[in-house]
Design a protein around this ligand. Structure first.
Ligand code: 5GP
Length: 229
């Protein structure tokens, strides 16, 4: 009776660096095969755990700027001295196939997406505390002390911007946080504004006509005391 939009939903997930959003998204993908995670381009140097085309597409600064000129990105932003951007290619394709598309991006990019696509679902993942966040950044062992400090300062600013998002989830345990985000996506799909149309079948239209013409029910007023189970 109700026809919901076949298109998937665009989900923007942001979190301060070190809040564990990558692990939460990985856990979500294990549980929901209908999710597709967009791969961004960046000009930041590769880390030991990075893989070209899997974690990011790695470009140098001038290659990235060339792509900006070519209008290649849905959004892009500068973060800790490097460019990061979401290639437009593929996103529409996956949405049209009914897959839910995840963009794992920082706050400036997230707000630019929201401006361009107001129906995007924006979720912010919070670390349990700033102490925990600092610890996680240090334990990663992938950045210099200066870079860790820079990321920590950005994280502090980002946490104060949480009100710009639709939902916030605290990542104290990966499985629980993944559960919560998946529940938010499920609930989002039930929103009335995601219904394409309320389409009645022929039988339902016929039933309606019969009701209007008073052909199916007697003229007796309904008396609930007379009804039996
Ligand atoms: P990292 O260097 O730790 O991989 O990422 C740094 C920040 O850049 C993270 O907050 C990450 O979510 C964000 N980021 C990754 N890809 C994109 C993107 O395509 N656009 C924007 N705006 N931010 C991104």
């Amino acid at each position: 009776m109700i026809k919901t939009k076949k298109q998937g939903i665009l989900i923007v997930i942001s979190a301060p660096s070190g809040a564990g959003k990558g692990s939460v998204i990985q856990e979500m993908c294990k549980r929901d095969p209908n999710l597709w995670v967009s791969i961004s381009a960046t000009s930041r140097p590769m880390r030991s755990n990075d893989e070209e085309g899997k974690t990011y597409y790695f470009l140098n600064k001038s290659e990235f700027e060339q792509k900006i000129e070519e209008n290649y990105f849905l959004e892009y932003a500068e973060y800790a001295g490097n460019y990061y951007g979401t290639p437009k290619k593929y996103i529409q394709e996956h949405l049209d196939q009914g897959e839910d598309v995840i963009l794992e991006i920082e706050i400036v990019g997230a707000m630019n997406v929201k401006k361009r696509i107001p129906e995007a679902l924006c979720i912010f993942i919070m670390p349990p505390s700033l102490q925990e966040l600092k610890q996680r950044l240090e334990n990663r062992g992938t950045d210099t002390k200066e870079k860790i400090l820079e990321r920590f300062k950005i994280a502090y600013k980002e946490i104060n911007e949480v009100a710009k998002y639709n939902y916030v989830v605290i990542n104290d345990k990966i499985e629980t946080a993944a559960d919560k985000v998946l529940s938010i996506i499920k609930a989002e799909k039930c929103r009335v504004d995601r219904i394409e149309e309320v389409a009645l079948s022929n039988e339902e239209e016929y039933m309606h006509e019969m009701l209007i013409d008073d052909k199916t029910f007697s003229n007796e007023p309904l008396n609930i005391n007379n009804t039996s189970n």
